[in-house]
Design a protein around this ligand. Sequence first.
Ligand SMILES: Cc1ncc(C[n+]2csc(CCOP(=O)(O)OP(=O)(O)O)c2C)c(N)n1
Ligand SMILES: [Mg+2]
Length: 790
Amino acid sequence: MNVIAPPPAPVVDRIALLHQIERKLLWLSAWMVHNANHIRPNRDGLKVGGHQASCASVISIMTALYFEIARPSDRIAVKPHAGPVFHAMNYLFGRQNVAKMAGLRQLGGVQPYPSRVKDGGEVDFSTGSVGLGVAMTTFSALMADYARLHDLARPDIAPGRHIAIAGDAELDEGNIYEALLEGWKHDVRNVWWVIDYNRQSLDSVVPDRLFGRIEGLFRDMGWNVVTIKYGRKLEAAFTRPGGEALRRWIDDCPNSLYSALAFQGGAAWRAALLAELGRTGGVRAILDPLSDDELAALMTNLGGNDIETLIDAVRAADAEGDQPTCFIAYTVKGMGLPFAGHKDNHAGMMTPEQMETFRGAMRIRPGHEWDRWEGLESSETELQHFLATCRFATPLTPEGRALRAPLVPVPALLPAPKATGRKMSTQGGFGEILAELGRGQGDYKELAAHIVTTSPDVTVSTNLGPWVNRRGIFDRHTRNDVFRDAKLASAQRWGMSPRGQHVELGIAEQNLFLLLGAAGLSHALTGARLLPVGTVYDPFVNRGLDALIYACYQDARFLLVSTPSGITLAPEGGQHQSVNTPLIGMAADRLASFEPTHVDELAILLRHAFAHMQAPDGSAVWLRLSTRQLSQPDRVLDPAAVIAGAHWVVPPAPGARIALGYQGPVAEEAVAAFAELATEEPGAGLLAITSPDRLHAGWLAAARARRGGDRAACSHSETLLAPRARDAALVTVLDGHPATHAWLGAVRGQRVVPLGPDHFGQAGDIPDLYHEYGMDTDAILDACAQALLG
Ligand SMILES: Cc1ncc(C[n+]2csc(CCOP(=O)(O)OP(=O)(O)O)c2C)c(N)n1
Ligand SMILES: [Mg+2]
């Protein structure tokens, strides 16, 4: 459990100061959007956009959290559409500047949605694809515990909470429930989800009673649920005669009617209330003395818009300890703005006229829109002093919130199995190398200590079993392996303890990628350099794809091993056979993708992965592997060529008319075809392609460098293909979509005939399927003949 620092001594006007901060955040966030849309010149006529209503909705929640509750060591995911509020908050703390805010949604300005990479180190988690940032906090909390329990976290930083400020519609995303279940299994602690419950999404008002269900779900998963429904004014009214009837009326009011009345204002509230409660004793005494504006303020005095109520509720939960807690904070979307409560307000924006009225109410003089203290009652000195007393004002470290961790040395060679003369698959080789690393001996000790593996219920079938047997399963609590204790035979020894190094997940693949994302940011979030390795069946990368891209977008560093892959998974059929994954590997940014064919290539690439994951200009890495066993060649490879994406197995003779390229387990068919081809075309070359992704990236980079004036720049693919004649042909084959290789023809204007499945697979054996999908030796030879004929 965290030791909670006592709250700062209540200062008489602390609340008054917080109200001023709220006003400032409301103004700045609305102005940022207004400036981007109405003040800044628009060169292309495209709508710039922004979310004034989403920002307004969450002002009090963010003020309470950042200016009263949060500690610097807390890690916070901010609801995507509250990006401007987040930047305004940092501006008040002196960590953001006007130029960036004025450039909202412009090149070089702040991003629409908080981005770790683009907005800088103040952002703990990028958000934008709703639901993912929220769930991410579950896994970052788990990995923070992991780092601490393995003595890897920075000792000078106290453990913090992992907090998501979430839109209510984010809870429509299935990944939320996957994360809740997984979090429950792992007994995750110190997670808070604060839900901005404005009962509105983008299109509409959410169904009534939905949150009754959701509340139950949270409780079932072991969460504390704190509902923050009414503010102080309403609570006071409820205590008066007739107050209970008023409460019941609001409780029963359909969300859509409540929203409509919030938009219409005081007169409409009065009419609706009097029609139903006019005869109820005491109600008129509550309503009649109030002006229309006062009545509207009373009726929209919800807990999530009432800072005192929020602070009391959150503080009370804070004192409870480390149980995961969901705060359902009732709010009005667009609170304080002219379109408050209107169901269409998601992308709504104040007109210039409305903005002028709003400016007047905020007391902002023209030309002073960005001034920090403009329009506030307190003096600059008072406000500065107040800000300095906020816990969150203290920087987490002198270097900022993004921590740095020392590099883990990676030995020059990994312990590769002696494969020559054996038949082996790349998946088998991967399992053997990890098992050997798992001994943690000699030079590999430190590397092994920083590896953390994980898998969504495919640990054994992706060959991680031997590693897990050596390093154990991570659990916050020590749990025995019942089968082992009972001396029942099993190849798996799965004792669980806080020192274990494998995080076993349920099948949900989005959780795998969220965990890899969190573990892959551990150096920045906890100061612990982890080398996360996640295994999954290749086709099911698609199932977690959004979370994979989300992890890469944040520059998380991890190794994804997807295996088995392709139609080579023959008898498993079309749902298990991946066709598109090599193309995903090429198109995914901050993810270097490889498909080694032989175990010697794998050993080079696995070593490269551990180094590349740590390099400042590195990235996450993806290895696509196979279970097909191939004869292993006896040869010496140039690691640089394997890493750059291809190497000649048989170099082409100068001026050769044709070459054959293969990637992955179809090598066997390609080599057989090549033997025949070489009898007729003695100069033909045989190319082993290890990474279309790196080849393609290198090609683009060289072209960019040449355009930038570096005339000598030349990519690996250009160098490789240079010895061949201008009109030479290249036949390629992989167990993946043939478009993966088709672009190679553009490198030197040479013809490419790419082979590979371009339809869903089906069950069969390898000979039948390779024949059916045009990848067997005959098909390759036919393609060679076609290529030679032009
Ligand atoms: C995965 C995903 N789907 C769709 C969207 C488009 N979108 C942006 S905001 C939004 C509704 C969000 O509603 P809510 O979370 O309640 O936010 P708030 O009401 O606070 O604006 C949608 C559908 C998105 N950003 N991400
Ligand atoms: Mg909402």
